[in-house]
Design a protein around this ligand. Structure first.
Ligand SMILES: [Zn+2]
Length: 128
């Protein structure tokens, strides 16, 4: 049983081993930051992740990703209640709703991890 104020969770051996080896690798760095155990390390990682998600949703609370397929990102802009389509044009993102490259939709699209994959695929695939 975990001690007072703690709960236990069960993870697969794969997950455990991965975290454990990462933890052991950076044990001394983590100790400086006050992380002194594997469970402390996992709590720290989760905390960081949650903070990142919160930062992202604070940054763009009214924007939602609908779909990303090759060269085309569809977003829902709740502030204007419109669908915005952002397309890759000459390796750059362009918003078809606003007819520009510097709007909020383009900014949001750049922040999506899938989009950097698309952009790098386009920049290597379209060289002439
Ligand atoms: Zn736009």
């Amino acid at each position: 049983m975990p001690k007072e104020g703690f709960r236990s969770i069960t993870v697969s051996e794969d997950v455990y081993d991965r975290f454990n080896s990462d933890y052991l690798k950076s044990k001394s760095d983590l100790a400086i930051r006050g992380v002194r155990s594997l469970s402390g390390y996992i709590s720290y990682m989760l905390e960081e992740r949650m903070r990142e998600d919160e930062a992202l949703s604070l940054h763009a609370p009214m924007m939602k990703k609908i779909s990303v397929d090759d060269g085309r990102i569809v977003l829902l802009d709740n502030t204007i209640n419109r669908i915005a389509e952002v397309v890759v044009r000459d390796g750059e993102l362009h918003c078809q709703l606003c007819e520009e490259d510097g709007c909020l939709h383009v900014g949001f699209a750049y922040a999506l991890p899938e989009v950097s994959t698309i952009l790098s695929a386009h920049s290597t695939g379209e060289q002439t």
